[in-house]
Design a protein. Structure first.
Length: 231
């Protein structure tokens, strides 16, 4: 009887370890791809959001998957607002503006490939995973709540930063960035040169922040209530 109980207890433990390993490897691959194809800023953004999301997910959703009726609407609201936000980013040239700001090779093409094409597919699969309480879907949801949700406040900081490339020239430039690649039509949104406080995505940055922060708050309250034994 004791041997059977120990074996049963070991099964979920091994499952948790496998899920953790899969998440860590996935984030590491994304960071490597971001660094290789764009530059350091994506590594900081993805890595920072991934570490925070992993810590929360590991202590919550991994062992106690959230009721889909609670987390799924919050996730869908966040990604819906995020899509509207990214439309503004694309129209105003967010990726090439970031390239000029940090001397990285983030082009409009790569922006569309990741956020307009791959992104919605990932969101759809994540929604399906949340419905069936899959652990990796829970991590992706927390990554969205922390990253595109909470971290969008950075849009209010970007206009204050002096660009790495031709900061005094207000028109768009085409130049070779730090990794040796050419990036076309990089606009300058530095307030010191334009005297206008704006950066692509600034007007709609708050849209994904609202459901993202709401999700963090509501899920944290549910976890606290569960720990107190409140239904």
């Amino acid at each position: 009887m004791t041997t059977h109980s120990n074996s049963a207890a070991a099964l979920p433990t091994r499952g948790f370890a496998a899920s953790r390993t899969f998440v860590v490897v996935s984030v590491a691959i994304l960071m490597w791809l971001g660094y290789r194809n764009i530059g350091l800023p994506p590594v900081i953004i993805v890595g920072g959001s991934g570490v925070v999301a992993f810590a929360i997910w590991n202590r919550s959703y991994l062992k106690h998957p959230t009721d889909p009726a609670v987390i799924l609407p919050l996730f869908l609201l966040t990604v819906a607002a995020l899509e509207v936000h990214m439309a503004e980013e694309y129209l105003a040239g967010f990726a090439p503006a970031m390239s000029r700001l940090f001397s990285i090779s983030w082009t409009e093409r790569s922006f569309l490939l990741v956020f307009a094409f791959a992104g919605p597919s990932i969101y759809a699969l994540t929604a399906l995973g949340l419905l069936y309480r899959r652990s990796f879907a829970g991590f992706v949801a927390w990554f969205i709540f922390i990253g595109p949700g909470l971290a969008e406040f950075t849009h209010f900081i970007f206009p204050l930063l002096r660009p790495s490339l031709s900061p005094e020239i207000t028109t768009a430039v085409t130049a070779r960035v730090a990794n040796g690649r050419w990036v076309a039509n990089m606009p300058n949104y530095w307030i010191g040169a334009t005297h206008h406080y704006y950066f692509p995505g600034l007007y709609t940055a708050v849209l994904p922040m609202i459901p993202g922060i709401l999700a963090i708050w509501r899920l944290a309250c549910r976890r606290s209530a569960r720990q107190r034994g409140v239904q």
